[in-house]
Design a protein around this ligand. Structure first.
Ligand code: GDP
Ligand code: GDP
Length: 495
């Protein structure tokens, strides 16, 4: 069993990569007024719902369909007011049965809602019975809604006991209105939905980094995409030639893609590496160099395609100036980090600083570059900085080791247990001025790699997205971005 669990963790499904039409479907069922629409609305948030069945006369509501977003989970959700089993109204029941037959046929999961305040009602039992009869192949979970108030604690416990008698296992306590219990809902749904998502059409397969179309990635290991960026004349082409050695293979342009996608491919140890958009430099040797600044737009395009970005700086220039990085270099470094790419900084032309007369300058460069990077990109600690001479051609192994290492960190996964231990430590060290503003993180987990992405559920169940841009071995810094308006739930953390 634990082996299965491990295997599953390894290939967590990235729901955001699934074509929406292929997403698993969850239906919300329950008697009237338990809060089905409220839960539906919370799950789809402000996205549009599709009303795709409008029954006539007395059925009060329509069946609505929308794409639910819960942490990194995506699924289709149906609000089934039409399933209501009005015991008194045989007509509604029979019509409902007919109408929902085709709906249930394409549904994988059901959330049976009950109202904690009312306890289990005869109508709830009837809905349960109805589900067993008409939807026996659908996995049903029970959620006790309206559990938000602490006064209701006793009620929740009592209702949980009763809800067991529905025969659908342990119920979870939620509040559609406040978002309480969304973390538990997430935890319950993820493995179930993953099982369905893994039953993929034949032309899709689940790779480490999500779903890919079969044939797109023949290698078992996804090739590492490396972008070498930097201002003109810092030595990118020279470094490139060192990295490629004789193995230079130009690949592309691939069908349907522009000339931009021409890549150089080479092997380092057992890995295939693609150098992103190097065609320009390879053909340019000996030609007039353009303006001395870096094209931010073009560089950004390149780093969007890369897993690892190697930013090349000119060590000799740094030695003679006050500050090490130029404005455009800082922008690119920050962009790489913000786009979630692993960043490696390479200080080139160190050979020009050798010799006794230059030793002060040499030392200065060694010191000033890492310090400045730490100041300019404070959200990440431990960005690797390498000092090389591309001209002497000896940096190949060193550079590639760092690149591969950065890539591996980018692909790494941390266990929920480890993350939560770390989180507790961080939270306990922090002092908040006001208890009320102190975020309470209920659940914190890594949802995907490449780049490592974490989801934290705060009190109230608002999911926030934390992107870890680089995980140096012992120390790293996370920063979070939060799409919610509630900016007080932003957290910056050091790992
Ligand atoms: P439906 O008939 O099952 O779709 O139920 P609705 O979503 O229309 O909700 C019925 C009533 O319950 C409405 O007045 C909602 O505001 C209220 N309600 C829904 N969810 C909650 C909740 O979590 N807590 C509380 N206190 N009220 C809720
Ligand atoms: P690019 O514009 O970034 O691709 O830079 P190039 O690779 O074309 O290099 C620009 C100039 O710097 C060339 O004259 C190179 O010979 C020189 N250069 C590149 N790397 C080094 C190095 O490590 N040491 C020294 N001394 N010169 C270098």
């Amino acid at each position: 069993k634990s082996k299965n669990k491990k295997a599953r963790l390894k290939s967590r499904v990235d729901f955001t990569k699934i074509d929406p039409s292929l997403l698993p479907t969850v239906i919300i069922v329950g008697r009237p007024n338990v809060g089905k629409s409220a839960l539906f609305n919370r799950l789809i948030r402000r996205r549009e719902a599709l009303v795709y069945n409008t029954p006539d006369d007395h059925v009060t509501r329509d069946i609505r369909e929308g794409i639910a977003k819960l942490g990194d989970l995506r699924f289709k959700v149906l609000d089934s007011a039409g399933l209501e089993t009005e015991a008194t109204s045989g007509t509604i029941l029979s019509r409902t049965t007919e109408m929902t037959g085709h709906v249930l046929a394409r549904t994988q999961l059901a959330i049976l809602l009950i109202d904690v305040r009312d306890g289990l009602q005869p109508l709830d039992l009837e809905v349960g019975k109805w589900m067993r009869k008409h939807a026996s192949n659908i996995h049903t979970i029970v959620a006790m809604n309206k559990s938000e108030s602490l006064d209701e604690r006793g009620l929740v416990t009592a209702a949980a006991g009763e809800a067991h008698s529905l025969g659908f296992g342990d119920p979870i306590a939620i509040s559609a209105e406040t978002g309480l219990g969304m973390a538990e809902l997430y935890e319950t749904l993820r493995p179930l939905l993953e099982d369905y998502a893994l039953q993929l059409p034949n032309d899709m397969k689940c790779e480490e980094n999500g779903l890919v179309e079969v044939g797109k990635n023949p290698e078992s290991k996804v090739p590492l995409q490396l972008a070498i960026v930097g201002r003109p004349n810092v030595g990118k082409s020279t470094l490139l030639n060192t990295l490629l050695q004789e193995e230079r293979v130009l690949v592309g342009p691939e069908s349907g893609l522009t000339r931009d996608s021409i890549r150089a491919k080479f092997q380092f140890e057992d890995r295939t590496i693609y150098l992103v958009d190097t065609a320009g430099w390879l053909h340019r040797s000996g030609q007039e160099k353009g303006p001395s600044s870096l094209s931010i737009v073009q560089t950004r395009k390149n780093l969007m395609r890369a897993h690892v970005v190697a930013l090349v700086l000119d060590g000799e220039e740094i030695a003679r100036k006050k500050s090490s990085m130029k404005h455009d270099e800082v922008i690119i470094a920050r962009q790489a980090v913000e786009e979630g790419r692993a960043l490696v900084v390479i200080v080139n032309k160190m050979d020009l600083l050798r010799g006794k007369q230059n030793s002060m300058l040499y030392e200065k460069v060694l010191k000033v570059v890492p310090e400045e990077i730490q100041t300019l990109i404070p959200q990440i600690t431990g960005i690797p900085v390498l000092f090389i001479s591309a001209l002497e051609g000896r940096g190949r192994i060193e550079v590639m080791r760092q690149v591969v290492d950065a890539y591996q960190k980018w692909c790494s996964r941390l266990s929920t247990a480890r993350l939560n231990r770390w989180l507790r430590k961080v939270m306990s060290r922090h002092s908040w001025k006001d208890q009320a503003t102190q975020p309470k993180i209920k659940y914190f987990t890594q949802v995907k790699a490449r780049p490592p992405t974490f989801v934290a559920f705060l009190t109230g169940g608002i999911p926030i997205r934390i992107m870890q841009r680089s995980i140096p071995r012992k120390t790293a810094t996370n920063s979070s971005s939060n799409n919610n308006k509630n900016s007080s739930s932003k957290v910056h953390m050091k790992l």
